[in-house]
Design a binder for this molecule. Structure first.
Ligand code: NAP
Length: 289
């Protein structure tokens, strides 16, 4: 699925570049290079380079202040060669997430973290979706798994993963139960579900014994256990009971990265169309000679 999307992305990048004389641009704000997520962000940059996207790190020192991060984001908002902005998470403890999220221009917020995009999703309108939640539901759609009328359980209620996944499933007409760390008797809730989406960051949280036979399992979790990357689902026992299950690594992750690039192309096209509309409304005077 990710490979298919990357082919479409490469075509989209080529068409945008022909039409506008420059490739779509992505800026990745990173605060110090030693955070574990830098490796993941470098992967995104390499993926961009392969399809001709102009992607770069906008790097700040590890001791950067909130004001300097916000100022850097505002510069990127104003830069016409930058169509999308993503920010390395988690932020250093001293930086308030809300200040950073609010600073991103919603038109460049390709990972859907700005309150405007979160609100659009909540209301069922088209905004930018958080790429991970988008990937979790896109995997179901592209696999031809029926969502409408099904009982779904989402484990995790974070603003960037669990809740957006739950809203998307509701939009697809599933009946959704959202579980979290204070949920009592998780196993009973999971056992009722036709679709189980797990985004808790707890390895082994869901086992085959908890699943309804034939359930579909989407594992969003990413955990390092004894130097190995694993999800939140005990894959070996769950695959015996599930009718379909995503692996970790190689499941939601690659699709997330590919979908993020489709969001970037959409952002680039929308901003180019806005700029053109502005130019047509207020044409620049042509200087004589
Ligand atoms: P998060 O902000 O830490 O949220 C975790 C959620 O899981 C919280 O809502 C928490 O409940 C709930 N939870 C924790 N322990 C639980 C338990 N024992 N039973 C039930 N619920 C429990 O994490 P996140 O940012 O949403 O990320 C979730 C996972 O997805 C992580 O493993 C992360 O690495 C992974 N992730 C994957 C991708 C990808 O592309 N595949 C992208 C982003 C994140 P409370 O709200 O009560 O605390």
């Amino acid at each position: 699925m990710a490979a298919e999307i990357r082919v479409a992305v490469a075509e989209g990048v080529a068409a945008f570049t022909r039409a506008h004389g420059r490739p779509p641009g992505l800026a990745v704000v990173i605060i110090g290079r030693d955070a574990p997520s830098t490796v993941y962000l470098e992967q995104i940059l390499r993926g961009c380079a392969k399809v001709g996207i102009d992607a770069r790190f906008a790097e700040l020192e590890g001791e950067a202040t909130e004001a300097s991060i916000v100022a850097r984001i505002r510069e990127l908002n104003a830069d016409p060669s930058v169509d999308g902005v993503i920010v390395q998470m988690p932020l250093p403890r001293t930086i308030r997430l809300r200040s950073v999220v609010d600073a991103i221009d919603p038109a460049k917020d390709i990972d859907g973290i700005h309150p405007l995009n979160a609100g659009l999703l909540r209301l069922g309108y088209d905004g930018f979706l958080p790429a991970t939640a988008h990937a979790a539901v896109e995997i179901l759609r592209r696999s031809g798994i029926e969502i409408a009328g099904k009982d779904a359980v989402v484990i995790g209620r974070s603003a960037v993963v669990g809740m957006p996944a739950a809203f998307l499933l509701v939009k697809e007409d599933a009946t959704v139960t959202v579980c979290h760390s204070r949920t009592t008797d998780l196993a009973t809730k999971v056992r009722r579900a036709d679709i189980v989406v797990v985004a808790a960051g707890r390895p082994g949280l869901v086992t085959g014994a908890m699943l309804k036979p034939g359930a579909v399992v989407v594992d969003i979790g990413i955990n390092m256990v004894d130097g190995r990357l694993v999800g939140d689902v005990d894959f070996a026992s769950a695959r015996e009971v599930a009718s379909a299950i995503t692996p970790v690594p190689g499941g939601v992750g690659p699709l997330t990265n590919a979908l993020l690039l489709t969001h970037l192309i959409r952002a680039a096209e929308a901003q180019a169309a806005d700029a053109q509309a502005r130019d047509e409304a207020h044409p620049q005077p042509v200087s004589a000679g």
